[in-house]
Design a protein around this ligand. Sequence first.
Ligand code: GTP
Length: 215
Amino acid sequence: MDSSLSSQPEFDYLFKLLMIGDSGVGKSSLLLRFTLDSFEDLSPTIGVDFKVKMVTLGGKKLKLAIWDTATSVAAGQERFRTLTSSYYRGAQGIIMVYDVTRRETFTNLSDVWAREIDLYSTNQDCIKMLVGNKVDKESERAVTKKEGIDFAREYGCLFLECSAKTRVNVEKCFEELVLKILDTPSLCAEGSAGVKKNIFTQKPAQADASASSCC
Ligand code: GTP
């Protein structure tokens, strides 16, 4: 039987997740590892990219649209205001990434990124996940795990340390975030397959042409 004739929806929930953090912390690498289980030396993101991954979690079929942005786009510059606000609009989850070997990427979380979330996030209940990446470079560590835990506690985020290079905790980081979203009724209501909206049409004009197509 032609599956397109089936009345079964393709997914139960569609969630929009964002990756934010300084340039070079490994946002694109984490996304690539999670969506394609691959790691390569990536050139800096231009504009905005997003990838889609279907997963089954908590007994639900989920379509995750995960947006990755070039830092220069999201750093609150005046000419990118519209782009920045559309990037944040309607997100159910935000992954804040820093590099455990570069201290300034951690201090910028409160100086830049947490402020940006306050300014642009449209969703009070949005779940935040703090991620310390590049733990494979333990000898170069400049931010302790305790500092990460303390920051996450202060800002009400989930927290994990991981490595896009070795895979450590990458899947777990997305899964924990999504399970928490599934635990939050208001976010599930927004992401429900029955809710008529298309988060993909919000993709800004400057978006990278290499972005994964999904629809
Ligand atoms: P922008 O696109 O500029 O915002 O950077 P980004 O945050 O997307 O970082 P990207 O994924 O491009 O990674 C930057 C560099 O760090 C690349 O050379 C990656 O190969 C490297 N990198 C990313 N994750 C890891 C990791 O877990 N361990 C190590 N050792 N290197 C990593």
